[in-house]
Design a protein around this ligand. Structure first.
Ligand SMILES: C[S@@+](CC[C@H](N)C(=O)[O-])C[C@H]1O[C@@H](n2cnc3c(N)ncnc32)[C@H](O)[C@@H]1O
Length: 252
């Protein structure tokens, strides 16, 4: 991992991405409004809460500043958010403790705008905890889970197969595994030979969705596949509009 996720820029971008009000993220009458609130929609559009036990445990692997973890707490009695960025985890933990965090996001160049990230009052923050950790070798003390979310993590890992190989041991029978990714494979994060897709095996295109199936199918069955757009505001006049693929799997 590069240290991007420890930087001021990443912190402002991700707090705005996770907690920004629609008018802060997209202050125009035009634009892809359906791509707002991605960290919430990873849960609302992919989780089947009616299939969860009453004492469900959820894991948000690569949680960043934690908005999906708080959303999972509406349905799970205990949620653990894990991320390799100590900076993100410290801020997520402050949000858990205080319910709010004052920050700044970039308007133009070095000009910044103050903002306040707030956890919705309807979320029980006491159900959530955050801890630093590596998705390639999760802490064995984490235990097992009924929900595991990996939102846009896989293509930021040095070895995504190794991460996927950890999941069966973390998932209880019947657990819901939610994977989202725009499959933006970059050598900066993942050596080319370890990409799940976006390259050739000889003359055959390797596709991320097919690789996920090959790696997960022995232990998980695919239950849903959908497009999940997202919008990250870099500054007032520059955005990343991506269409992640969400796949939802059930532990056999
Ligand atoms: C593209 S961001 C996605 C964050 C969040 N899930 C979301 O959807 O907004 C990737 C996240 O993965 C974290 N990360 C990168 N490598 C990791 C690793 N080996 N273990 C755990 N987290 C990692 C980064 O710190 C960052 O927060």
């Amino acid at each position: 991992m590069t240290d991007f996720y420890e930087s001021d820029r990443a912190l402002g971008e991700y707090l705005l991405f996770h907690y920004g009000r629609p008018g802060e993220v997209l202050p125009h009458a035009f634009g892809p409004a359906e791509a707002l609130n991605f960290p919430v929609r990873c849960v609302t559009e992919c989780l089947r809460p009616e299939a969860l036990p009453t004492d469900a445990r959820a894991l948000d692997l690569g949680c960043a500043v934690g908005r999906s973890s708080f959303e999972l707490a509406r349905w799970a009695r205990e949620v653990v958010g894990v991320d390799a960025s100590k900076r993100f985890i410290d801020v997520a933990d402050t949000l858990r403790r205080d319910g709010r965090y004052a920050y700044e996001y970039i308007e133009e160049g070095n000009l910044r705008r103050p903002a306040l990230a707030e956890v919705p009052a309807t979320v029980d923050r006491a159900r959530v905890r955050f801890q630093p950790g590596d998705a390639l070798s999760p802490d064995p003390a984490l235990g097992t889970f009924d929900v595991i979310l990996l939102a846009n993590l896989l293509d930021r890992l040095p070895d995504p197969r190794r991460c996927l190989a950890q999941l069966p041991a973390l998932a209880r029978a019947g657990a819901q595994l939610i994977l989202t990714s725009p499959y933006t494979w970059m050598e900066e994060y993942t050596p080319r030979e370890l990409w799940l897709g976006g390259c050739l095996d000889g003359t055959t295109p390797r596709r991320s969705f097919d690789s996920l199936g090959k790696l997960l199918r022995p232990e998980f069955e695919l239950v849903a596949r959908r497009d999940l757009p997202l919008l990250i505001r870099e500054h007032a006049r520059k955005y990343q509009w991506s269409v992640a693929e969400a796949t939802v799997w059930r532990r056999r």
